[in-house]
Design a protein around this ligand. Sequence first.
Ligand code: FAD
Length: 478
Amino acid sequence: MSETNSVSRRQLLKIGGSASLLAILAQQPATSQNRILETAATKGKGKKVLVVGAGMSGLAAAQSLKSNGFEVLVLEARNRIGGRILTDKDSLGVPIELGASWIHGITGNPLYKITQENGIKTIDCAYESMPQIFQRDGEELKASSVAELKAAFSKLRRRLGKMQNSSMKEDRSLASAIAELIPDLKLSPRDAELIKHVISTDIENDYATNADLLSLQSFDDDESFTGGDYLVPNGYCAIVECLARSLDIRLLQVVKSIDYSGEGVAIVTASGERFAGDFAVVTLPLGVLKKRTVDFAPDLPLSKLQAIEGLAMGIFDKVYLSFKERFWSADYTWIEYAGEHADQWPIFFNLAKFCDKPVLVAFNVGRFAEQLEGQSSENVVSACLSVLRKMYGEKVPAPVATKCTSWGIDPFSLGSYSYVPVGASTALYDALGAAVDEKLFFAGEACNSEHYSSADAAYLTGEKAAQQIMKVSARLKR
Ligand SMILES: Cc1cc2nc3c(=O)[nH]c(=O)nc-3n(C[C@H](O)[C@H](O)[C@H](O)COP(=O)(O)OP(=O)(O)OC[C@H]3O[C@@H](n4cnc5c(N)ncnc54)[C@H](O)[C@@H]3O)c2cc1C
């Protein structure tokens, strides 16, 4: 697009969108005409933005742009909106979240604000409460032992922080740092084993990957909201539905190419349809960008390609099991299994505590989750049940309904959320989020070094991309 201050009649019609603006302009002196045009440009009148992806970030960007007068078209590959937010209301007879479940931190969190403004119910789920832990022989760990273990883990975390701050020249894996620090904790042989379990539940589970792949330097350096972790019991989808209101969203449009070589942006989808806009917001998940299934012309700048290559996509999968009756304690939010392999079936979320059905949810991440994705749902459920039988004995019945996720092989996600691998840096998130040629703007959970991986991070980047477009549009007056 050319940078120009002159406005043609066609552009005027686009800007004003009505004959009345033309009539007003015709009666104004030149300086005043410019002011009116500038206001119209700032508000986005007549500017068209194509948004690729109808997940949290794409919808946040689209809604913000639309409310500022831009013409917005959202192109989504799937037959639904929400992306990695997916509430399944059918499989178990109670809403279950196959993607994001929690609003992490409510103070200042824009997602929580949406729930409050739209009457969407939320529940504090005692996310940080002490778990019930079963050992590999099925014996339950005493509450006092759980508390001691958690205290030892907190100590370990503080020491990791100190190690990060000491003048470390080269990055190393979180696992190698942990291995070095564990002897200093002077744990009993039993706790030295059990702490591996806590590393799995309290670190690997959050980062959706294994500790030997995580960067020590970048560990824990993102900002997070405070004030508790909340579930949306009737479905997280309600948040994205609010954001999607009155937007023009085209489903089943798999974007294949994004050409920003000429004026504006031209996008072609798998069906051969072509869409043109002044700007585009690209919210393709990191996993999709890595696979390079979408062509950019010209190719993306080196800094962005390095960010795509340098950051990594973790896998976090869930197995939902609905039973006829609850056979586990009603008291705990988290029920854990400290088995022989710390990263296999370490944690169950007691959904029964927050809904009226006896439902347990198993979480697996990283290599083990990837391994399970290669198996049939029947095999996965059967492996899960054999773990539950180690914990509760043979009385564990067959579930009445189940649901397994496999985000790693989902072609429009190719992973669950991003993390910083050994040797990479959090700054890569900003490189991924940087605009290109004042035409392509990037948003998504992996586009901001301060907040990443979460649904709120995705939302914030969508808003940011919209702000960037408004600024550029106002400045270029195009
Ligand atoms: C299992 C799981 C649990 C999670 N738990 C939480 C949690 O509890 N709390 C939390 O805050 N976050 C959680 N997250 C992370 C959160 O869901 C994501 O960070 C967030 O939803 C990502 O939003 P996004 O807009 O960046 O990407 P997406 O939601 O992935 O949106 C991108 C969109 O682009 C579309 N797309 C892909 N390719 C194309 C193409 N070629 N053409 C057109 N469209 C395309 C996709 O279909 C998708 O709709 C979880 C994620 C997973 C998978």
